[in-house]
Design a protein around this ligand. Structure first.
Ligand SMILES: CC(C)(COP(=O)(O)OP(=O)(O)OC[C@H]1O[C@@H](n2cnc3c(N)ncnc32)[C@H](O)[C@@H]1OP(=O)(O)O)[C@@H](O)C(=O)NCCC(=O)NCCS
Length: 157
């Protein structure tokens, strides 16, 4: 299996991230290059990109303000899924948020999104709320909280 590498991504990667987003989400949920470029230019926002070999396969965008961080989006190309990229992106995003001194990361996920829910649960995220009929299809969003290890903490610390 090709190794997955993670690197930081900035505004210059906006069209690449938009192409991945477009291939990963249903039409109603897609963000365009302008929206992604705008987000990446804002203070306190950060992104990580996953590649398998030379091929970019996924990315995540987060935001950290004071001691709280939020996952704004996470996407892995359909044909690259179940190979660890989503988990690696979440770990890298958590690490980046902890470096910015966030103590917890919040996420919203559709109740019907079994893949993302399993990924987040496996990382230790706990359900803390529900937004009813949050999505255009009438589905609920679950609000999750993932505690972060303080940056620089040793194992068990
Ligand atoms: C959610 C998503 C990012 C997962 O990416 P991925 O690269 O496939 O995730 P990983 O390979 O790192 O999976 C890690 C774990 O998550 C869980 N998981 C991932 N996909 C799953 C699926 N389809 N069904 C059940 N569990 C799943 C498993 O526990 C998996 O570990 P395992 O493969 O050892 O069993 C990807 O499915 C995706 O881009 N979906 C569309 C966009 C989306 O829903 N984004 C999240 C919005 S909140």
């Amino acid at each position: 299996m090709t190794a997955t590498t993670i690197s930081p991504a900035g505004v210059e990667a906006a069209s690449l991230l938009a192409a991945i987003h477009e291939t990963s989400f249903a039409p109603a949920d897609r963000w365009g290059v302008q929206a992604i470029g705008l987000l990446l230019g804002l203070p306190a926002h950060f992104a990580v990109l996953a590649a398998m070999g030379d091929r970019p396969v996924g990315f995540a965008i987060g935001r950290a303000v004071a001691d709280e961080a939020e996952v704004l989006t996470l996407a892995v190309l359909p044909d690259a899924r179940r190979a660890g990229a989503g988990r690696a992106l979440m770990l890298a995003l958590s690490d980046a948020a902890a470096r910015l001194r966030a103590e917890a990361m919040f996420l919203e996920v559709a109740e019907s999104n079994a893949a993302a829910r399993a990924l987040y649960a496996g990382l230790g995220a706990a359900e803390i709320g529900r937004r009813r009929a949050y999505y255009p299809d009438g589905g609920d969003a679950l609000v999750l909280r993932l505690p972060l290890k303080p940056h620089g903490a040793t194992a068990g610390g």
